[in-house]
Design a protein around this ligand. Structure first.
Ligand SMILES: Nc1ncnc2c1ncn2[C@@H]1O[C@H](COP(=O)(O)OP(=O)(O)OP(=O)(O)O)[C@@H](O)[C@H]1O
Length: 254
């Protein structure tokens, strides 16, 4: 495994938010975390960077305890795209993407070329020179994704990256991640997208992992009803691909 969360406990004040979470991310695969609002998904991924304080537990990245790594060492191995893309200063798109380069060792390719390449990869060359504050929420999201790409790392953690993106950009982004061959840990709300793009899913409920495994194993009718209070389940389409269906009319009485 590339990244292992072992027995993670997080507490804010007197309230324990995560009660011993274990999660493993496999090399070259997309691992998704799903679960209702407030169940602790973002808190879990933030523990890697020390943004959420761990009371107990350990995170192992490529065999190293992240608690013993400097932020620079972390940034050489791990990219992060958080939920927040607000920016109050007058940075250009290139300035934001260029922030990724502080971790990169001296190499033949110039900084300008790396930034340009990341913009081409995410098809945002039209934003060149724009002040980040003048971009829409979805456009800003793509810039922050380009920054993670410019980091040149093999593992990226993304917290609700499809938030603010229209459906076309959601599919573009997820297809991009899928074909990139990178190791991806993604917090994602859309169960249909999660079921299609993720190799492994972790379903969280109230600070614990209720189930993990293939989307078929995790997104059962029982689990979905219990955790989300809706009627949804995996189905097989005519072409043999798995899909996720919702009974829109049916409400579950808890
Ligand atoms: N800094 C903080 N101080 C106190 N409580 C916090 C803090 N950050 C998060 N929490 C609480 O921890 C719980 C988990 O929050 P978290 O953001 O991890 O949930 P989530 O599953 O990512 O939710 P969402 O799907 O809404 O983004 C929530 O009850 C939240 O109010």
């Amino acid at each position: 495994m590339v990244l292992d969360f072992e027995n993670i406990h997080v507490q804010y004040g007197r309230k324990e938010i995560l009660h011993g979470v274990d999660l493993s991310v496999e090399k070259g695969k997309i691992t998704g975390i799903v679960g209702p609002n407030g169940c602790g998904k973002s808190t879990l991924v933030k523990t890697v960077f020390g943004i959420a304080p761990m009371k107990e537990g350990k995170i192992i990245l490529e065999g190293q305890d992240t608690g013993k790594m400097t932020r620079k060492e972390l940034s050489e191995k791990l990219g992060y795209v958080g939920q927040e893309t607000a920016c109050v200063f007058d940075f250009t798109v290139e300035d934001i993407i260029g922030m990724a380069l502080y971790n990169r060792k001296k190499e033949k390719t110039s900084s300008k070329d790396i930034i340009r390449h990341a913009m081409e990869e995410l098809k945002i060359t039209d934003f060149s020179g724009r002040n980040i504050q003048t971009l829409s929420g979805g456009e800003r999201k793509m810039v922050f994704l380009a920054r993670a790409v410019a980091q040149g790392v093999d593992t990226i953690i993304l917290d609700e990256p499809t938030n603010h993106l229209d459906i076309c950009h959601q599919l573009f982004l997820l297809n991009y991640l899928k074909q990139s061959g990178k190791t991806i840990l993604i917090v994602i709300h859309d169960l249909r997208l999660a079921s299609y793009y993720c190799d492994t899913l972790y379903l969280m409920e109230e600070g614990r992992v209720l189930s993990h495994g293939t989307p078929q194993k995790v997104l059962t009718r029982d689990h979905v009803e219990k955790v989300f209070g809706i009627s949804g389940y995996m189905v097989e389409r005519e072409d043999g691909e798995a899909d996720f269906a919702i009974d829109f009319e049916k409400r579950i009485e808890n």
